[in-house]
Ligand binder design. Structure first.
Ligand code: NAI
Ligand code: 13P
Length: 319
């Protein structure tokens, strides 16, 4: 039995996909949400229009996870620590797989580092890569990265979490995998701004490419492997997120580029993460001008024209 903690779009999509392999428990924190999903066999709040198969048990009560049992943590990044503070005891025996993308604002840590800090001694892993929840839920073909520092556990997780339509590639480089997923969301806000402000597809390609250079720079500074960044969790997810309006980060950026309001209830991981990345880059002593410009736009400190001037007026240099 796999436990999925967090009944948002992604947790629900993973529950649907994994229910092909066997029974799954999907945990929502709001009892009314649980009642709704049980009655309608849909998660209308987060992933409307997709049926929840019968072998998904829906609950608001987290039963203690037994030794070696798999638990996926699919809550937004900035909520992960709080969720572990509340439910750490019940989760501590399991193989925990973070399913969130981002960097914690207060500490600059990624999800596997937070799990390590909160539950020392647990084997942690992260499932990340290019995938929209709606695609996974519909059973469309998807490939993701499963990163786990313990390769034996990683192999078991890879096999348990792959399905006929969901193909997992394995690595032990958790820091590279979580960094790629965090930074691509920041770049997606930037490319959204470019498209929203009408700056064109050429500018979008330039931002993605120079953004990828910054992702690689930070990855090198923290000891992540370059091939992780050029794989599904880095380059792959950058391409998907920056080129599709299915992405909430992209849509948020488009609104920003058009000076339009954006629904504050929509999860936009890249916004808080951008601020965390700027602080982390300063600590590491690395230059990330694209990230800085995007963060200033998010913070309302720069207008689009000023951000473009700032980037375009930098000294010319070698690629
Ligand atoms: N939606 C997508 O297509 C994908 C999302 N992700 C990642 O998955 C993570 C979750 O995103 P979504 O599911 O899309 O967000 P969402 O906004 O659809 O849902 C978030 C869910 O987390 C729950 N939650 C928040 N705090 C909680 C807590 N303390 N305890 C229990 N539940 C809590 C909320 O009630 C909500 O149901 C994010 O980091 C996102 O980047 C990754 C790949 C695809
Ligand atoms: O992570 C995702 C795609 O891989 C989902 O992107 P958004 O969070 O921007 O919707």
């Amino acid at each position: 039995m796999i436990t999925i903690f967090g009944a948002g779009a992604f947790g629900t999509a993973l529950a649907i996909s994994l229910s092909r392999n066997g029974p799954v428990t999907l945990l929502a924190r709001d009892p009314d949400h649980v009642a709704e999903m049980r009655a309608t066999r849909q998660n209308a709040r987060r992933l409307p229009g997709v049926e929840l198969p019968d072998n998904i048990a829906i609950s608001a009560e987290l039963e203690p996870v037994s030794k070696g049992q798999i638990a996926l943590l699919s809550v937004p990044m900035q909520r992960l620590r709080g969720a572990l503070e509340t439910h750490g005891d019940a989760l501590s025996q399991g193989h925990l797989v973070a399913c969130c993308k981002g960097m914690e604002l207060a500490t600059g840590l990624g999800p596997t580092r937070i799990i390590d800090e909160m539950l020392p001694g647990t084997t942690t892993a992260i499932l990340t890569g290019p995938s929209f929840a709606a695609d996974i839920a519909r059973g469309l073909p998807t490939a993701l990265t499963l990163a786990c520092t313990d390769d034996k556990v990683g192999e078991a997780l890879q096999s348990a979490l792959s399905t006929a339509n969901l193909r997992l590639y394995r690595t032990t480089d958790t820091s590279g995998a979580e960094l790629g997923g965090a930074l691509k969301n920041v770049m997606a806000i930037g490319t959204g701004v470019v498209m929203g402000a009408g700056l064109g597809e050429s500018a979008r390609a330039a931002l993605m490419t120079r953004g990828f250079a910054e992702m690689s720079r930070m990855a090198a500074a923290v000891g992540a492997r370059p091939e992780t960044l050029s794989g599904l969790s880095g380059f792959g997810d950058l391409v998907l997120t920056c080129t599709s309006e299915q992405s909430r980060n992209t849509r948020f950026g488009v609104s920003l580029g058009r000076n339009e309001r954006f629904d504050p209830n929509v999860t936009v991981e890249g916004a808080a993460t951008a601020r965390a990345v700027v602080a982390r880059a300063a600590d590491l002593g690395i230059d990330m001008p694209v990230t800085r410009a995007i963060t200033a736009l998010i913070n309302g400190e720069l207008q689009v024209e000023q951000a473009m001037d700032m980037l375009l007026s930098r000294p010319l240099k070698e690629e």
